[in-house]
Design a protein around this ligand. Structure first.
Ligand code: SAH
Length: 247
């Protein structure tokens, strides 16, 4: 998977993609990340990337020409078959795990980071394939959204993380993750559930499934609509409901 990011602040990406899971995946060449400074694609002497909005108003708008030039240059050099040009935008579709899974099937993503008041509308209308938002709030720029999107997709690339840990993460199969504990077994008098130190693998598996379903029912019941319940899951839900009635 290859990511081409167009931004006014290329250095923002260094810390995130040079350490931890992302840094290791990059070293192993499991994904490619190319960052472009929008200023390098200007055609004016002052390398101006923004201008005042037509019609008046406060704030600056990113000009269409440098963005167009940068996308064209990327497409000429690197465009692959399964590729998408995506604008980071508060009015885009709100990002989630399902979208991360879908996008992970592409070969390449070109991500455009807006800044200031945003980008000239013609970029939205005529250049990009999609717009993605990371939630209903406003950030100063598209850099953090782009990093969020790239990181969540890279985690899904085979080899980046152990398969089992990705599959038990929240949302992978429309269910939240089960609770995790580590040493010490007794911390300030709070004990780790006995079953986890019992050594009974089947009991641990059943406990984890029960807890995952239970916390999804409490915190995110909407997710369960998309979960294909096994016979065991249905029994677990009946047990949880009976327990609640008894309490
Ligand atoms: N004036 C615009 C906000 C511009 S914020 C408005 O009211 O809609 C500047 C840039 O930051 C945007 O162009 C976009 O690229 C990015 N951005 C801000 N919040 C975002 C969000 N929630 N999701 C994705 N991108 C966002």
């Amino acid at each position: 998977m290859e990511f081409d990011v167009i931004t006014l602040f290329p250095h923002m990406f260094d810390p995130v993609f040079n350490c931890s899971v992302m840094g290791r995946a990059r070293e192993k060449d499991l994904f490619k990340l190319r960052i472009y400074n929008l200023r390098d694609f200007t055609e004016n002497r002052h390398k101006t990337v923004d201008d005042y909005p037509f019609g008046g108003g406060r704030g600056m708008v990113l000009k269409p020409d440098p963005i167009w030039n940068s996308v064209e240059s990327i497409c000429n050099n690197f465009k692959t078959e399964k590729s998408k040009i995506i604008l980071m935008s508060p009015m885009g579709k709100v990002f989630n795990h399902t979208m991360a899974m879908e996008l992970s099937q592409l070969d390449q993503m070109i991500l455009i980071c807006g800044h200031y008041e945003g980008v000239d509308e013609r970029v939205r209308e005529y250049l990009v394939d999609d717009e993605i938002s990371i939630g209903d709030y406003i950030l100063s720029g598209g850099e953090l959204p782009a990093m969020v999107i790239i990181e969540s997709i890279v985690r899904l690339i085979p080899g980046v993380l152990p398969e089992e840990s990705v599959k038990t993460d929240s949302f992978y199969s429309s269910i939240l993750s089960f609770p995790q504990y580590t040493r010490p077994g007794n911390f300030k008098g709070y004990e780790v559930p006995q079953v986890l130190i019992s050594g009974h693998h089947e009991a641990v598996r059943k406990w984890r499934r029960t807890k995952a379903i239970e916390r999804t029912l409490v915190c995110r019941p909407d997710l369960l609509n998309n979960l294909e319940l096994t016979d065991e899951d249905k029994k677990i839900i009946v047990e949880i409901n009976e327990r609640q009635v008894l309490n």
